[in-house]
Write a protein that binds this ligand. Structure first.
Ligand SMILES: C=C(O[C@@H]1C=C(C(=O)O)C=C[C@H]1O)C(=O)O
Length: 344
């Protein structure tokens, strides 16, 4: 017991040094950012990253550490370096309307990249609670919208279409307004029209990740509209938050989501139901026998069930849903007959 405690004390003291050194590295990275801005150079320097990587690899080899470990650590360090290099003059006043999982995920990113943030929403208490968690403040929706430069509608489509948001439209004038819905069908045309009536710049975005904290390195789809003034500024903003922006069109986005969300979710819901049905029929607890593949698959099945309301909403709203589900069914049937045929 004593021996374990002593070893853990040593680990704690080393961890302290690692964190201090990382902080020191990030402070210098931030100075590099200043120099690059003065010299008008891009923040990412792939050649330099390659040199750093080679140097780490050789140091790791000398010290008996696996290359894969160095690789993962460096990927993370490079990612965060970009955030620490951010142009302070690029920092934005961001209003987050909403306090759900995705609102929280985005606020955590904004915090990481030092943007100024106000959280607002229909329920002031819930909005204030989220704001305070990250050291930010609440303002009422009208006041917040006048204060902000970027307004993020982190709401489900029903929220975007509500009278609550409609009432705030007049205060969006001159701002950049973004929705984050995964299915754009209901909201895109509506917000585009509102933006031209109320004089705001509308850009639709879709974070391609779930409601997790600090989703650095994940992708975000960016869909300009007729009223989008400066899409490059928006792309730069999301890049500076540590995300990877993917510029696209409404149609390409909906088609891609039909393949990336509608079809896999459809299969997963079907799999979930079949498993439940067969579990009863066979009277067997399959979870005791899970294999490596099954464990991964079942994790997804469970997540899909947890997010069922959002998932059903996407099934309902994506304009290509029916077509994609039909194709999916057809292929399952083909497969069924093929496999049946092989048996005979
Ligand atoms: C810090 C720099 O900026 C970026 C971050 C790097 C790093 O973390 O080592 C390396 C290259 C750049 O992409 C730099 O150019 O030195």
């Amino acid at each position: 017991m004593k021996e374990l405690e002593e070893l853990r004390r040593q680990i704690d003291s080393i961890d302290e040094k690692i964190v201090e050194l990382l902080a020191q590295r990030m402070r210098i990275v931030s100075q590099v950012g200043n120099v690059k801005r003065r010299l008008n150079q891009p923040l990412t320097d792939e050649k330099r990253e390659e040199q750093v990587r080679l140097r780490w690899m050789s140091l790791a080899q000398k010290n008996g550490l696996p290359e894969t470990m160095v690789d993962s650590l460096l990927n993370l360090i490079f990612l965060y370096s970009k955030i620490f290099e951010i142009n302070p003059s690029f920092l934005k006043k961001v209003v987050v309307v909403g306090y759900g999982g995705m609102a929280k995920s985005l606020v955590s990113l904004f915090k990481l990249s030092s943007h100024e943030v106000i959280v607002t929403g229909r329920d002031p208490y819930k909005a204030e609670k989220l704001a305070k968690e990250f050291g930010y403040a609440y303002m009422d929706p009208a006041q917040a919208s006048r204060w902000g430069e970027f307004v993020i509608l982190a709401l489900p489509p029903s929220g975007v279409l509500s009278d609550f948001v409609k009432g705030v439209f007049p205060h969006f004038s001159g701002k950049v307004v973004m929705d984050i819905s995964s299915s754009k069908q209901a909201v895109y045309g509506y917000l585009e029209k509102a933006s031209s009536e109320h004089g705001f710049s509308y850009v639709s975005v879709h974070p391609l990740f779930g409601p997790y904290l600090y989703p650095v390195g994940e992708k975000i789809a960016v869909i300009p509209s007729k009223t989008t003034k400066d899409v490059d500024e928006v792309i730069e903003f999301w890049r500076n938050c540590g995300l990877v922006p993917v510029k696209t069109t409404l149609e390409a986005h909906e088609k891609a989501m039909a393949l990336v969300q509608v079809l896999p979710h459809f299969y997963m819901l079907g799999l979930s139901r079949s498993l439940e049905k067969l579990r009863k029929e066979f009277d067997v607890d399959f979870t005791q026998f899970e294999t490596t593949n099954f464990r991964e698959i079942y994790k997804v099945v469970k997540r899909v069930n947890e997010l069922k309301s959002v998932i059903l909403e996407i099934q309902e709203m994506n304009p290509f849903s029916r077509e994609v589900r039909k194709a999916g069914m057809g292929e399952l049937e083909n497969l069924f007959h093929e496999l049946d045929g092989e048996k005979k």
